[in-house]
Write a protein that binds this ligand. Structure first.
Ligand SMILES: [Zn+2]
Ligand SMILES: [Zn+2]
Length: 399
């Protein structure tokens, strides 16, 4: 049985490959950033409607949902793609280069969107054999604000109720032809912080009459480094990085205050909330010592992405049919990047996997880089894998 689907999915993926490539090129030429994916989502909706798939538009502004109803009753599987691009001027030498100044698909989301449309074409032809439903989610704004959470709030996990969710990312850190899965924590919570050290400005020549927020900021940042190096188990990965420090304008003036922003990355829920507390304690200690004041804000962004063991086992088995068992690997470590697929994974058993795109691991493809590019042929892997995962989830009783 399984082998039969494997063959069919391969044949159908080949049948729709050219169409999928053309769609990828179109998305790539006209990139749109988070919550502005108007043309992209219109194309997505139109392509789904052409197939006779039920479409709901404008979920979380620009999100689109397609529903393929299988002939037989069963479960509902969610497949997710993100549609947004980035504010980057493209420098890649490709014929389908971005036509929009300052905007670019530099993360591969054009491939996720086209690849899921390709999978939809494949699955739609198999619907008379499917037990249950496939919900196709095209979400906005993965890169910045996050489109997954508002789509869930607007009900995409209901009617019909979703039993499991899958998604993938084209990935520069993996050789082309390989797929990596990751059991458990797969991607970090990419939270942010902002703090202010409020001192008392004065003349640079007379520091004793001022409270210097520059020196206190330097001390605070230095002390915060030892939160990671001295206060956390070295086997628990975590990052504190500073993205901006702003204070003062003149060489001989001590400013009133200094503002700092940055990001905290964690894979552990306890650490996620302990680190900002420890940072604030440090800041409090340093500033109080010299009579300065402070403010400290921690903002939760996406949750930690936890892959469900059973669903990840299923992906592992399933994608082996696409790229061969020897090319499916367990990711050696979790990824410090964030991913708002995590919101789906919080609600239903889920697995998010990584499709390799680098031809030379000495010079791996860099995401969010002006020269980011990858070979169209990886679309075949994406559409085939997504279709196969859906079919195996719905029609196999292994889970
Ligand atoms: Zn990205
Ligand atoms: Zn991305």
């Amino acid at each position: 049985m399984t082998t039969m689907y494997e063959q069919k999915i391969l044949e159908l993926s080949k049948k729709y490959y050219e169409k999928t490539v053309a769609l990828r090129h179109q998305f790539h030429k006209f990139p749109e950033i988070g919550f502005e994916e108007v043309k992209t989502s219109q194309t997505v909706a139109e392509e789904l409607e052409k197939l006779g798939i039920t479409v709901t538009r404008n979920i979380a502004k620009t999100g689109v949902v397609g529903l393929i109803k299988g002939k037989y009753p069963g479960k509902t599987v969610l497949l997710r793609a993100d549609m947004d691009a980035l504010n980057i001027q493209e420098e890649a030498d490709v014929p389908y280069r971005s036509q929009v100044p300052g905007k670019m698909h530099a993360c591969g989301h054009d491939g996720h969107t086209a690849g899921l449309l390709g999978a939809a074409m494949v699955l739609n032809e198999l619907k008379d054999e499917l037990k249950g439903n496939v919900k196709l989610i095209f979400q906005p704004a993965e890169e910045n604000h996050g489109g997954a959470e508002p789509m869930i709030t607007e009900g995409v996990l209901e009617n019909p109720k979703v039993d499991a969710a899958f998604g993938c990312h084209l990935w520069g850190g993996i050789p082309e032809g390989e797929i990596h899965v990751k059991h458990g924590a797969a991607m970090a919570a990419p939270d942010t912080f902002a703090f202010k050290v409020i001192g008392k400005g004065g003349h640079g020549a007379m520091p004793h009459l001022a409270i210097d927020p520059v020196i206190l900021t330097v001390q605070a940042i230095n002390n915060m480094q030892s939160i990671i190096s001295r206060r956390i188990n070295p086997l628990s990965p975590a990052v504190i990085s500073y993205g901006s420090i702003n204070g003062g304008e003149n060489h001989n003036v001590i400013p009133n205050e200094v503002k700092v922003t940055g990001t905290i990355r964690t894979f552990d829920k306890k650490l996620r909330y302990w680190i900002p507390k420890a940072m604030e304690e440090t800041l409090k200690g340093v500033t109080e010592l010299q009579g300065a004041k402070y403010t400290f804000d921690f903002t939760e962004k996406f949750p930690i992405l936890f892959n469900d063991d059973k669903m990840t086992n299923l992906v592992q088995k399933t994608v082996a049919k696409v790229v061969g068992e020897e090319n499916v690997k367990e990711a050696p470590e979790a990824n410090m990047g964030g991913e708002d697929f995590a919101y789906f994974a919080e609600k239903v058993p889920s697995s998010f996997f990584f499709v390799g795109i680098s031809k030379d691991m000495e010079k791996p493809v860099l995401h969010h880089h002006p020269e980011f590019q990858w070979d169209d042929k990886n679309l075949l892997t994406v559409m085939q894998s997504m279709a196969q995962v859906a079919v195996d989830f719905l029609n196999n009783n292994e889970q």
